[in-house]
Design a protein around this ligand. Structure first.
Ligand code: DPP
Ligand code: ZN
Length: 893
């Protein structure tokens, strides 16, 4: 397979002004007739160039005509991926194409396919070419009308983009609907649904007083569980009006939930299609985390209506233009709806555990990639989450109002266009009269910048000097890096814990208590004056840039002090995490040194868990001033993924055991406080679960975090208590936490809890995903056998992406079993990738790209070699998809 390069972008020689699609949906073969009004875009060339339409080899071409005349054989040519038409007339013309397709056989879930007996579509990024031959690229924007015809009994609901123009009966028990979308759009935003679906309806009055009908469609059994999604949609619509002045532009907005879906959800114009797990929610079946995901994703897809649909991407290399921006918008929305500090901590954790790993591995790429083989492989944490952090940089530098001015100008200039990341940056710059050209480096370079800050205090001059340096590690294909502009927000704490007023040398006046320093060079110095006493530095406040920070000379006592006092909640949390990371690293290295004695003895000899750490955690745990959600995040150990990569040649099993030791030590030492916290945060009998109630959710989070610690004690009383909790829980958050607490230990309660959970929920496929995930991710040794058995269980279906994600991605997180020393876990994943690839290439690619195979250089040589063997075996497979090929071949380089 050949990569595509960003530098090769050329405008298309033809545009499509209007598209009419006619779908005749059937059980065996469906027909798609398209009428395209084509217009030239090739300037004044004397002969019209060839028209090259994208397609797929499983499309059955029935007929092609230009201006009503069927094409002669010599005028067109077909390959597996293209339909090329030559000898075209000058000027505009009408092209009619009729094809046959078999949606019921489409297991890739790209293009038109069937889920749960219903027809639905997924066209982003390049799925439309599986429906018919087309200019399948986002800079071709057209107005669409769509006629859908199907059997009236089996498919009573027929949905398309835009407004319903007409519906009625067709012959032989069939019916049809005709939809028109007045807004020009690229084909990746096309959608169609035909099915037997239940509906929930509401209405939203926009800021200009228009009524918008809101509809959510699901299978009948789920329709009473969509009120949270509906509520979230209305909140998102209101928030976008208030925050950005953006109003919805049609009178109808539909969401359809389907159970077989590769992604989370899709922002098709006025017809969002969602993975059902991101729409359906009820207290007894969904956790607080599920609720917040539904809220965030419903908002995300809605926000795309402006950032993505009205203004779209010129080419797929620009994906972060819409995704980074829309993630930023959904993060801000969720912050406003819930706790801003907790949201920030969650987002940063995710970025650090998953995106930093990606940015250091074989698939590392800039937020605007330079090349790809399969675009589907670039819907990544880098494009999304790091992309959102880069958007946040503008907000940090320009302020809320400056950012809003930039957004306003962006829409004023580019509404209805397909544009680039540079256009966005230019709008931000021009609206604020600022030169932001140096920010281009963030779009072009992969890798996480490492920032070192060395503070030195001069008591006689009363100055604090910060030496700041940055370095971006080499990534595949990019050995040399330029410095990037890094807004570094800092504060200084006095001995009493208060923020000191800041005076930056060279700037007049005071700068409040948080100063954003702009670090633009490889190394730079900043001097604060009038610093009355030796301060404790609070750096990278609110995680002001996606970098790895190291503060030179910072002591454990200073970290504990920041954890106790910093006015910046992010830095407060981060101080605790830094303490814990340092402890884990120290203990790991000690354990690695001498292998003769028992691990526990080695760790104890290395100092075990010092009191500075357990006291700091104890103080946090019992804090009266902080909310439970924040405390739960604060006492969580940094994920293994945060350490892998920073410790060379890591033995993941040893790291797992070191983490377990630290958890056990903390649990044993803080047991009375943990038990008290559980009691204090117990929900009272008869309490009703209120979705979106932060206080309730915070109590559950803290209680369940404490129970998680206690479960590490391997105490039969704790196991009995957890089983009892699993049985008596009145909501899924508590129930799943109790079962999860039993999953990593080999106690008898584990088996009972899992069996009972199954009996209770076996008819609910969404809850069964949790049941699969809990077992697949368990760290009990020898669990692979059970996971293999799970693949045969009726609750698992290999054709369902959610089931695959629950099983395989959870298994990847089990250090004990995925990283088993005999390589059995690696082989299992190798086998599974090959099996899934034959069914669904996107899911297979997601499994490999989420695995340690893409970061094998970080692991001990024996494991790295075994991972390499699996990669070679996968790459040697006949008929391997381009998706998996791209990841595997890059990982083998
Ligand atoms: N549906 C995916 C998202 O919204 C891709 N656009 O992020
Ligand atoms: Zn998106």
């Amino acid at each position: 397979p050949q990569p595509k390069y960003r530098k090769d972008y050329k405008p298309t020689p033809y545009l499509i002004e209007h598209v009419h699609l006619d779908f005749l949906l059937n059980e065996d073969k469906s027909t798609v007739k398209s009428k395209l009004h084509m217009t030239p875009n090739y300037g004044d060339a004397s002969t019209p160039p060839k028209l090259e339409l994208d397609g797929r080899k499983d499309i059955d071409l029935v007929s092609v005509s230009v201006n009503g005349s069927a094409l002669a054989d010599k005028d067109y040519e077909r390959t597996d991926k293209k339909l090329s038409i030559s000898n075209l007339p000058k000027g505009s013309f009408d092209l009619e194409i009729t094809v046959g397709i078999k949606p019921q056989e489409n297991t890739s879930l790209e293009g038109l396919y069937k889920s749960g007996g219903n027809f639905c579509t997924q066209c982003e990024a390049e799925g439309f070419r599986g429906i018919t031959y087309f200019l399948d690229r986002p800079d071709v924007m057209s107005k669409y009308t769509t006629r859908i015809e199907a059997d009236a009994k089996s498919y009573p609901v027929l949905l398309g983009n835009g407004n319903l123009l007409e519906q009625g009966c067709a012959s032989e028990g069939r019916h049809y609907a005709l939809w028109e979308d007045p807004f020009p759009k690229p084909c990746y935003l096309f959608a169609l649904v035909a099915g037997d679906l239940a509906l929930s309806e509401d209405v939203f009055k926009t800021m200009s007083g228009r009524d918008v009908t809101l509809r959510i469609y699901t299978e009948a059994k789920d329709i009473d569980r969509v009120s949270w999604a509906m509520e979230s949609l209305k909140q998102a619509m209101k928030w976008d009006e208030e925050t950005f002045g953006l109003e919805y532009d049609l009178d109808l907005f539909n969401i359809v939930a389907v159970s077989d879906f590769n992604m989370g959800a899709m922002e098709n114009k006025s017809l969002n299609i969602f993975n059902s797990r991101l729409v359906i929610a009820s207290p007894s079946t969904s956790t607080d985390l599920d609720y917040s995901r539904v809220e965030g994703v419903v908002a995300h897809e809605y926000f795309h209506n402006w950032t993505g649909n009205r203004v779209t991407c010129r080419d797929w290399f620009q994906l972060t233009l819409k995704e980074g921006l829309t993630v930023f918008r959904d993060q801000e929305f969720s912050s406003d709806m819930n706790s801003r500090p907790v949201k920030r901590i969650d987002d940063v954790s995710r970025l650090r555990t998953a995106q930093f790993t990606e940015d250091a591995g074989s698939m590392a790429h800039p937020i605007r990639p330079d090349s790809y083989i399969k675009m589907d492989n670039f819907y990544t944490l880098t494009v999304y989450e790091k992309g959102a952090e880069i958007v946040r940089l503008y907000r940090t530098l320009l302020g809320k109002d400056g950012f809003r001015k930039g957004m306003d100008l962006y829409f004023k200039r580019h509404d209805g266009q397909a544009v680039t990341c540079d256009d966005f940056r230019n709008a931000m710059a021009d609206a604020n009269d600022k030169d932001l050209s140096s920010f281009a480096a963030w779009y072009g370079q992969a890798g996480t910048p490492q920032v070192k800050v060395s503070p030195s205090y001069d008591a006689s001059a009363r100055t604090l000097t910060l030496k700041v340096s940055q370095n971006i590690p080499a990534t595949p294909g990019q050995s040399q890096k330029e410095p990037v502009p890094i807004p570094l927000a800092v504060g200084l704490l006095a001995a009493d814990g208060s923020d000191m007023p800041l005076h930056l040398q060279g700037e007049a006046g005071e700068s409040g208590t948080t100063k954003v320093l702009l670090v633009e060079k490889a190394s730079q110095e900043f001097v604060f004056t009038e610093v009355a006493e030796k301060p404790v530095l609070s750096a990278l406040r609110d995680f002001s840039a996606p970098v790895k920070l190291q503060v030179e000379g910072q002591t454990d006592e200073e970290l504990a002090f920041l954890l106790g006092h910093d006015s910046d909640p992010f830095c407060r949390w981060e101080a605790g995490q830094t303490l814990l990371r340092a402890l884990l690293t120290k203990l790991y290295n000690a354990a690695k040194q001498q292998k003769e004695s028992k691990l526990e003895d080695r760790l104890a000899a290395a100092g075990g868990v010092p009191e500075t750490v357990s006291d700091a955690m104890g103080a946090l745990l019992t804090s009266k001033e902080l909310d439970g959600m924040f405390i739960a995040a604060g006492i969580s150990l940094p994920a293994a993924a945060e350490l892998i990569g920073s410790i060379p040649n890591i033995d993941p099993l040893l790291l797992h055991n070191v983490r377990k030791y630290v958890v056990q030590q903390l649990a044993a030492r803080l047991r009375p406080q943990l038990e008290a916290v559980v009691k204090q945060n117990e929900s009272a009998a008869g309490d009703t679960f209120v979705p979106g109630d932060f206080d309730q959710a915070a109590k559950r989070a803290l209680k369940n975090k404490a129970l998680g610690y206690l479960s590490a004690l391997d105490d039969p009383r704790v196991s009995a208590d957890l089983l009892e909790r699993a049985r008596s829980a009145t909501n899924m958050t508590d129930q799943i936490a109790a079962v999860a607490g039993l999953c990593d230990s080999d106690c008898p309660e584990r088996k009972t809890a899992l069996e009972e959970f199954y009996k209770q929920w076996k008819d609910d496929s969404l809850v069964m995903l949790k049941w699969i995930g809990l077992q697949a991710g368990a760290n009990v040794p020898g669990n692979l056998k059970n996971v293999e058995k799970l693949m045969e269980h009726p609750a698992f279906s290999i054709t369902n992406p959610n089931a695959c994600y629950s099983l395989f991605l959870s298994f990847l997180r089990s250090s004990v079993n995925f990283h088993a020393a005999d390589g059995s876990g690696y082989k299992f994943i190798g086998d599974s990738v090959l099996k899934v690839d034959k069914i669904n290439r996107q899911v297979a690619a997601r499994i490999v790209s989420s695995s340690a195979f893409t970061a094998l250089k970080d692991y001990d040589p024996e494991r790295a070699q075994m991972m390499r063997e699996q990669l070679s075996r996968i790459s040697a497979e006949n008929g391997l998809s381009e998706n998996v090929f791209e990841i595997v071949s890059k990982s083998l380089e």
